[in-house]
Design a protein around this ligand. Structure first.
Ligand code: BTN
Length: 331
């Protein structure tokens, strides 16, 4: 009851977008007393909200704490079909690991897991994904599509496009994609995608698909060894970004993606090709001990990279089988 009152007071002040609301009008709107409004304002202040109070004028929300608030996220989502399956934690080893454990315990299609901090964030090829508290978006989505794993070679590419759409919507800037799963701004990495699936071998059915997305949002700096390669939205745009709005945009985009997984595949892959910075670049293809030089010439409908080797032969490079590194620097 008290929690609900606090959330209502918070929502009202947030909706006023920095304008003053009198204690009286807030009390009337919420059906509580003015003393109860004041009590909730004090509780919100205790939780890091900056709320100005002026005698005979009212209250004004000056700043919200930079934590992920599940109620605020749900409110922004309205009656979205996934709003009741969202979990937000302060700290977890990895949201992907959590989603996989929850998948084994029958968590439904559309379950979303986010954390303010990850202590063991994971990337592709056994790399770690550094996930400092309050600075990035660490997000995993559990899907249970009714198909075989072999029918989803294009999943990471579609997720990359969904993430670019969400970032463009919230930050007014569209990242580029370094094949296969890196999101870039200013030719440095701002995020990555790790898709993991579990399947039943005998029947070749997919049990669960966990889509992990990590985005560097408000970092001001990076460890020395990453500075040449990594950046954040804040460093690129010059201002902080609202991680909750980004989370909501991501949920909406991934929901649309899940509905169009098989019906609109070509359109999504065309968008991927348009966003992919690797195309037209010289690349080195590492397959075991062998390294071959080539030029990247396109993307096929599976999200695989089409290349032309120095010999003139063309080839198809599949993620997971090889890794592609640029001839020069990070790209
Ligand atoms: C990569 O850069 O290779 C992929 C990085 C993916 C990081 C995200 S953060 C949320 C989710 N949980 C993880 O442990 N990894 C993914």
């Amino acid at each position: 009851m008290e929690e609900q009152k606090k959330r209502n007071v918070c929502s009202l002040l947030q909706a006023a977008e920095g304008s003053f609301l009198s204690g009286e009008e807030m009390a009337a709107a919420l059906g509580i007393s003015r003393a109860a409004v004041w009590k909730q304002v004090k509780r919100l202040r205790g939780q890091g909200y900056e709320i100005e109070a002026v005698t005979n004028v009212g209250y004004r929300m000056v700043a919200c704490p930079d934590t992920l608030d599940v109620y605020a996220i749900k409110q922004l989502l309205g009656n979205h079909p996934w709003r009741d399956t969202i979990t937000v934690l302060e700290c977890v080893d990895s949201t992907n690991s959590l989603a996989k454990v929850q998948a084994l315990q029958a968590a439904p299609h559309g379950s979303v897991y986010m954390a303010d901090e990850q202590t063991g964030g994971r990337g592709r090829l056994g790399r770690s994904f550094i996930s400092p508290r309050g600075e990035g978006l660490y997000f995993s989505l559990l899907l249970r599509p009714d198909c075989r794993p072999a029918e989803l070679p294009h999943i990471t590419a579609m997720v990359a496009v969904a993430a670019c759409n969400a970032l463009e919507e919230v930050c007014s800037v569209r990242p580029q994609i370094k094949w296969t799963n890196d999101l870039l701004l200013g030719e440095k990495k701002i995020g990555g995608i790790l898709t993991e699936l579990t399947a039943e071998w005998e029947s070749e059915t997919l049990s669960s698909l966990v889509i992990g997305i990590g985005i560097n949002c408000n970092q001001r700096t990076f460890p020395e060894e990453l500075r040449d390669k990594a950046t954040s939205l804040k460093l690129q745009l010059g201002h902080s970004i609202d991680r909750q709005r980004l989370a909501v945009a991501l949920i909406e985009q991934l929901h649309r993606m899940s509905q169009e997984l098989f019906t609109q595949r070509d359109a999504w892959m065309a968008r991927y090709a348009g966003d992919c910075i690797t195309i037209g670049r010289l690349v080195r293809i590492h397959r075991g001990e062998t390294v071959k030089s080539a030029i990247a010439i396109g993307i096929n409908s599976n999200g695989a990279l089409l290349v032309r080797y120095d010999s003139g032969e063309t080839g198809v490079v599949v993620a997971g089988e090889v890794s592609v590194r640029g001839e020069h620097g990070y790209l």
